[in-house]
Structures are given as C-alpha cells and as structure tokens.
Design a protein around this ligand. Sequence first.
Ligand code: STX
Length: 337
Amino acid sequence: MRKLLVCLMVSCSLSSSAFAMLLRTYYPAIEPNQTGYINVSGGHSLYWEECGNPEGRPVLFLHGGPGIGVQPIHRSFFNPQKYRIILFDQRGAGKSLPFSELTNNTTWDLVEDIETLRKSLGIENWVVFGGSWGSTLGLTYAIQHPESVKGLILRGIFLCRPKEIQWYYQEGANRLYPDLWERYLAPIPESERGDLVTAFYKRLTSSDENERKAAAQAWSGWEGGTSRLMFDPSLFAAFTDDQAADSIARIECHYFVHNTFFDSDNWILERVNTIRHIPCVIVQGRYDVPCPMVSAWELHTAWPEAHFEIIPDAGHSAAEIGILDALIRATDRFASL
Ligand code: STX
C-alpha cells in the first residue's frame, strides 16, 4: 500500500516534460549516402536521396502538400541501422525541376514516378511512410501497385475528397481560426469568395508576380498556421518563405481544382478493400484541423485490420510529440517486416 502511494505521488508529480522523456522521438540527424536526380516523363527531373543502411529494409518517405518537399528531419523517422531510407521531392517541389511547375503534374504522374524510382534503385518492395498528402499518395500508390508495398505507415489521413477540401479552404475550419482566416481571405475580393479554391487558382497561375506572391503567402500561411495544436511560429515562417509558399500553394491548389485527378469523389475508400492484406498503421491527431479525424475514422472502419492510433492531444503535424512517438514505434516495428 505504501509502495503504491509512493508510486502515485511520484507519477502525479512528473511534469509534462518528464513524461515527454518516456516518449520516442527522432533518430539522430544523418547525411545522405547518395543523392541524385532522376528524369521522369513530361520534362520533370526529381531530386532523391538515400540514407541509412544500404542493406536495410527499404522505406520510402512521401512528403505532404503536394508541393511541400522533403526536409533533412524527415530522414530521422527511421532507424538508420535497420532501414535503407529513400526520400524524394515530388514534381515541382523542393529541389525537383522545374520548380513549382504544374504542367504534367498529376497524381498519376507521381504514382508512375514512385515506380520509376523504385526500379531505378533496384528495390523489389518497400515500406511506404506518408502524412497528410503523403497519406493520400501512399494509399493511391498502394492501390495501383500493391505488390510494391510491404507496409504502410500513414498519419493525418487526407482522402482528398471534395468535402475535405471544402472544410479546410471554404467553410468549416474558418470557425476555429477566424483570425488566421482573415489573413487567408485578404487577397480575394468579396465577389469571388463563393469559390475560394478557384479564386486562388486564378491568382496563383497569374502572370502578375505580385498577385501570385500575395495569393501564395495567404494560402500557404493558412496551412502553416493551423497545422499544430499550438500555433508554431517556426512552421508559419517556413510556410510563408516566398519560395516554399509558391510551390506549396500552386501545386496544392492545382491538384484540388482538378479533384486530385480522381475520376470519382471517393476514389480511395472505394478501393481500400484491395489492399487490406498489407500491414498498415494509421496515426491520427484528434484535433487535426487541416485533416479532421473523421477521414481517418472512415479509413479505419473500411480497413479494420490496420492498426489505428488516435493521439488525444495533437493536431496535424508529424512533429507533435504524441504523433512522433507513435510514428517511431511504427517504423521500429515495420523494420523487421
Ligand atoms: N496539405 C497538407 C499536407 O499535406 C493540405 C501537409 N503535410 N505536412 C503538413 O501538411 C504540415 C507540415 C503542415 C503538418
């Protein structure tokens, strides 16, 4: 009894940072063993990098957006002793060329690029890891090429359905962030606010540089400002950097005005039955504003075999401590698939 009381007292007095020490976090920063460019169809050239153990289990990191690009920190989701870690910038993003290009830039081009990259690296199959748009693309790729996917680790589920786009860019999320919403709306005149995605697309593809820049800042800042449970000035700054904002805003908006190049509104969920044999982990922050939990819940309902983990005190970002902990536990488990 005494022991129990002492235990209780100790655990109650642990500060949240002490609790954080019990959670898993990033592996140490690493440099790539190899980097390169691969020419793909339609005049695009994609930047890729390989890190970790060349003999390890291959894993592919898919970045978000589309249009956000990879960052060095993304290498650190994986044990470098156990994984052969592949990252690449999708068409128009990061260091890929031509930068921010929308021509020949569709979901189906990206799916083809992943296969091109896999074959060029001599990889038979890989674990696919992606959050947000990375989850959309990972699911779509797995549906098209199930034999290439050994496992899926998905976070902040985004099925790219019109209702999800509507929620975040037109009506819904604005109620939670009326302050940042004013900033998002600013470049669009009242008369065009009935269809904001179309109004943004017009400006993001304008030859007037100032108009394009203002729209990109507004669009991308909305995402950078609403992606964590607690506003993070450094994420906001990264997303409103002129260069980053341009590709994020233009490429996302281009995909969303084209319904992600899907020929039906529920393309992924209609096909999820075909990939239920693939080991899968779904990690979802309960207070994810860009990608509300209902989409993850629908995926979990359609795919009951997938391990589903709700993080009770997190938003959308992979860098939030509870989400990061669940992701690292998942990559550790999948290292021996
Ligand atoms: N796109 C959101 C997206 O794909 C609408 C995404 N991926 N990572 C992020 O968002 C954050 C870095 C903002 C968390």
